[in-house]
Design a protein around this ligand. Structure first.
Ligand SMILES: Nc1ncnc2c1ncn2[C@@H]1O[C@H](COP(=O)(O)OP(=O)(O)OP(=O)(O)O)[C@@H](O)[C@H]1O
Length: 783
């Protein structure tokens, strides 16, 4: 019988019904007359894969990189489909659209009778097995753990997984199941990746270059296996390879170039059509033909109208043969432009080709899949969550660097903060010149003074009172040399006592308002400070003034006078909150606690997700049927556990070990800290959604660290900022939370105070905002 390509009344190419494939030859079956275009289209949609008018570009609309350009493809059920084409021609993009990883810009895709990504289609999900081009395996897992992880995701139970694992270990000649993936050779890793795709015996197997780096013997055994599994007509394989010749074993070959399929035929048809001995030659001929036809550049503008389906069959390419081609049985070629499955052929040969029947069978297939998922949806979700959680924790546990980062780093940060920040400086050099007594060898061996109500060498008495731990006293013979020492950075200040300091001071006290200028002048202690360092300058000023106050009080007490006279007439009573000597550590600590937990969560989340995405692991899990919601949920749970540990460590070291003041309810302190950690995690989601590369994520995380730290009132009160900046600062994720935690820790305020609950509310608003931004970015990117 003839094999004909017919056009139906609507101009849609009608495909003759026959079978392709090397093992089924010479059977040409006239299909019953089809009069309606929809029937034909519907028929195609019920094939394993049907792509129609697919357009896909990367980049912006202004400067798009067209990768798929009105591409049509039909993969018959129960066949092996070899997708060939030069590197970068869009094979992976096409496959990722088929498995639902990416969305096309326009066109439609049907996979196993359903639309990928729709409910009940099973795609992405367990109806598909996908082996991406990258290894996409967790290096920290053993082969067995890898299989368990994906098995659980596919909804298999442990005995099933173990059975399958034994078979795959043997079939793919894999090493011991306990070997870690990262320690396997490249070829072995590829085989494990292939085993993962075969794990659940899917209906549709999509293999992106599975034979790269695999030795020829094993390559052949892989192909034998593919032929074997497709034999009964229930399994379909789409495979890409750069070893064009091995694709001879496929039932159909799709030759792809410039975003289109140049041909979609059985290999022997291609060879005989072009009179070539190798598929490579066929591809070259077709490519040249396409170039002459002006179809390059992905736009395909030069294609003829004959390419109605764009599956340019040889006949429509006008390759010197206008007539439909009949091929002899001996040649093994069975026809052109058909994409019927063996399943259909059996029906055909029995004379029962019936579209309605096929509809019901396809529907039945989907229904089965739906029922499958329906019955076990709860179980599989639990199984998936279990797999994801185990994966997250195992990855952390096996990675020493990550464990140190999670637990040792926050503790180290707290210890460093408490030891390095807030303590009074010690040993600040003060250059003293005391002309009241002689100068001997830079020390006052002879600076005697009498205790009690005695007025001799009061300068020596004052110098003695100067706190020795903060100030280290050095003596100089004259003012010039002392000032010079400060100028050279050898001392933080120079202090000078006049020759008649004691007499002048006594006169000043005794004369009071009668004291003349000279008396006032001589009774002065003159100090020249290096104020280039504000903290040190202020501490020296404070200490010298306090010392003078104490020195005067001492003297007045000894002379039976009221020591209160020495006080400045402003009396600072016991503060309502805090102490009269406030600690900088207590001020900064709340902000530091939140900053540590927030930014560790940012770093952990963004790096974990980006690394998984870059290694192709997220995609693989996604195609296996894990939803983004499940991935997010597992990360939230993992992070929550990690954050509880970090919060406990940070607070224990801050409050118990270093005695940072915490007057508030510790439960709310813990709650706010964990909430901030969750907020940091959500910011990590945003970063991982925005950034493709880990290095961009690091830049964004680090770039946001300093502005947040500086503007959130962590190290300086926001009251000191210009109004606009203060306004901006209020809306940052850490500002109100820091104020809230500070209010709880230093004032002991409860959740009823606005300052406290604003911090909780702001943190939760930020969490929602970050999650929304991440979802929007992800949605935009999937397009
Ligand atoms: N995420 C992406 N963003 C922008 N361009 C991309 C992206 N992924 C792929 N491309 C571009 O799309 C084109 C097709 O890439 P694709 O990976 O689909 O090709 P391929 O045929 O699978 O190549 P190979 O055989 O080398 O794997 C290439 O030009 C590539 O640079």
């Amino acid at each position: 019988s003839d094999l004909r390509i017919e056009n139906n009344t609507m101009g849609e190419r009608v495909e003759p019904t026959t079978v392709s494939g090397p093992d089924l030859v010479g059977v040409n079956v006239e299909r019953p007359p089809v009069t309606h275009q929809n029937s034909s289209l519907w028929n195609k949609r019920q094939q394993a894969v049907c792509v129609r008018h697919a357009y896909k570009h990367y980049g912006s609309k202004k400067n798009p990189n067209h990768v798929l350009s009105d591409l049509n493809m039909t993969v018959g059920k129960g066949t092996i489909y070899g997708l060939l084409g030069a590197s970068g021609c869009g094979k992976t993009t096409l496959l990722s659209c088929i498995v639902g990883r990416r969305r096309m810009n326009s066109g439609e895709i049907w996979v196993l009778g359903g639309r990928p990504g729709t409910r009940g289609s099973g795609v992405p999900g367990k109806r598909v097995g996908y082996m991406p081009q990258e290894i996409a395996l967790y290096g920290e897992f053993s082969i067995k753990e890898t299989m368990m992880y994906f098995g659980w995701i596919f909804g298999m139970n442990t005995p099933e997984i173990m059975d399958r694992l034994r078979f795959l270990l043997n079939f793919l000649d894999l090493p011991s199941q306990n070997r870690l993936v990262k320690n396997l050779s490249g070829g072995q890793q590829r085989r494990v990746s292939f085993a993962v795709a075969l794990m659940h015996d899917p209906e549709l197997l999509i293999l992106d270059e599975p034979t790269v780096g695999v030795d020829p013997l094993l390559r052949q055994s892989i192909w034998n296996h593919l032929v074997q599994i497709t034999k009964d007509g229930n399994k379909t394989v789409i495979i890409t390879t750069h070893y064009i010749e091995e694709a001879r074993q496929a039932h159909t070959i799709g030759l792809m170039r410039s975003g289109k399929l140049l041909a979609e035929e059985a290999p022997h048809v291609l060879l005989s059509m072009y009179g070539c001995t190798s598929l490579e030659d066929v591809f070259l001929k077709l490519s040249r033909k396409q170039q002459i036809g002006g179809g390059g550049g992905g736009g395909g503008g030069g294609q003829t109208d004959n390419n109605i389906s764009n599956n340019i069959s040889l006949a429509t390419l006008n390759w010197g043969k206008k007539e439909p081609i009949s091929v002899t049985q001996e040649s093994g070629v069975v026809g052109l432009g058909f994409h019927q499955s063996k399943e259909v052929l059996v029906q055909d040969s029995n004379g029962h080709l019936d579209f309605a029947g096929k509809a019901s069978s396809a529907k039945h297939g989907i229904q089965e899949a739906c029922e499958d998922c329906g019955n076990c949806s709860e179980w599989t979700t639990t199984g998936k969550i279990r797999a994801l959680l185990q994966k997250n924790f195992l990855r952390m546990w096996r990675n020493v660097g990550v464990m140190l980062f999670i637990f040792a780093l926050p503790v180290m940060q707290v210890i460093l903060f408490c030891l390095a920040i807030g303590g009074d400086p010690k040993g600040l050099k003060l250059a003293i010149v005391n002309h009241e007594v002689g100068y001997f060898n830079q020390t006052y061996l002879d600076c005697p003074y009498e205790v009690g109500c005695k007025f001799s060498n009061l300068s020596c008495r004052y110098i003695e009172a100067v706190n020795t731990s903060t100030i280290s006293k050095t003596f100089y013979p004259d003012i010039e040399s002392a000032k010079h020492a400060v100028a050279r950075g050898e001392a933080w200040g120079a202090m000078y006592f006049t020759e008649n300091f004691t007499d002048a001071l006594v006169a000043r006290i005794a004369l009071g308002k009668e004291a003349d200028e000279e008396t006032l002048d001589s009774s002065e202690i003159r100090v020249w400070l290096d104020m280039s360092n504000q903290q040190i300058g202020i501490i020296l000023q404070r200490d010298l003034q306090l010392t003078y106050q104490n020195f005067t009080k001492d003297l007045l007490r000894d002379c039976d006078q009221n020591e209160g006279l020495a006080e400045v007439p402003i009396s600072f009573k016991k503060p309502i909150y805090g102490s009269n000597q406030p600690s900088f550590t207590d001020f900064v600590a709340p902000g530091v606690i939140l900053t540590i937990v927030f930014f560790l969560a940012v770093a952990l989340t963004s790096s974990a997700l980006i690394i998984e995405r870059m290694e192709g692991l997220l995609d693989r899990s996604w195609v296996a049927g894990v939803s983004p919601g499940e991935i997010l949920f597992s990360h939230v749970v993992t992070q929550f556990v990690v954050m509880c540990g970090q919060t406990a460590l940070v607070l224990i070291f801050m409050i118990l070990v270093f005695q940072v003041e915490c007057k508030g309810d510790i439960i709310f302190v813990v709650a706010l800290t964990i909430l901030q950690g969750l907020c940091g995690m959500c910011f990590g989601f945003v970063i991982s959604a925005i950034c493709e590369l880990e290095r961009n994520a690091i830049q964004l995380a680090l770039g946001s660290f300093y502005p947040t730290l500086l503007l959130s009132g962590v190290i300086w009160p926001i009251e000191g900022m210009p109004t606009i900046l203060r306004y901006i600062s209020t809306f940052l994720p850490l500002t109100l939370a820091t104020t809230s935690l500070r209010a709880m820790m230093t004032r002991g305020w409860s959740l009823l105070e606005p300052d406290v609950y604003y911090g909780f509310i702001a943190t939760m608003v930020w969490i929602v905002l970050f999650l929304t931004i991440s979802l929007i970015v992800l949605k935009m990117k999937r397009g």
